[in-house]
Unconditional design. Structure first.
Length: 168
């Protein structure tokens, strides 16, 4: 009889413990979503960084061609088109909360979200100047290509000056 009296409380505590382990608190229920959001933020930051890396690589290819004895205008045009396509994606890669203040490994300043019209205009300027550079390459006019590179570089700089953390 004593063993039955002791067994019941022990069994009850074991069941309560098992049920508690299966249950969720409000904090537990929110935690997986918070991790998911953080994972989505990390993913979009990686996508945008890869996008900018491709832009940088294409711009480097253009500059390399301009330094060559006989620039390949086809490479310049293709690289400018790559920049143009990637520039069109820039606005899609900056959801709010993915800037430097989020603690993420990024150089995106909060001014992107504080001045969204200016940021959109800066991105559009890169689209326009990269399209103009591709068109100039299509004409075969090296002087026009040089001017296009200068204009496109100015687009990059203006955006970096206002919307990118200067780590130097």
């Amino acid at each position: 009889m004593l063993s039955n009296r002791l067994s019941r409380p022990v069994l009850a505590f074991a069941m309560i413990g098992a049920l508690a382990a299966c249950g969720e608190t409000a904090d537990d229920a929110a935690a997986p979503e918070a991790v998911e959001v953080a994972s989505e933020d990390a993913s979009i930051i990686e996508v945008r960084q890869n996008n900018f890396e491709e832009i940088g690589d294409a711009f480097k290819a253009i500059r390399g061609q301009l330094e060559a004895e006989a620039p390949d205008l086809g490479v310049i045009e293709a690289s400018a088109n790559t920049i143009n396509a990637n520039a069109q994606e820039i606005p899609n890669h900056f959801p709010e909360g993915t800037g430097v203040d989020s603690g993420a490994d990024t150089e995106a300043l909060e001014s992107i979200w504080e001045k969204p019209e200016e940021f959109a205009a800066a991105a559009q300027k890169l689209v326009d100047t990269s399209a103009a550079l591709a068109a100039a390459a299509g004409t075969g006019d090296i002087a026009a290509v040089g001017e296009g590179v200068k204009n496109m570089g100015g687009s990059c700089k203006a955006c970096h000056d206002n919307f990118r953390l200067d780590k130097d």
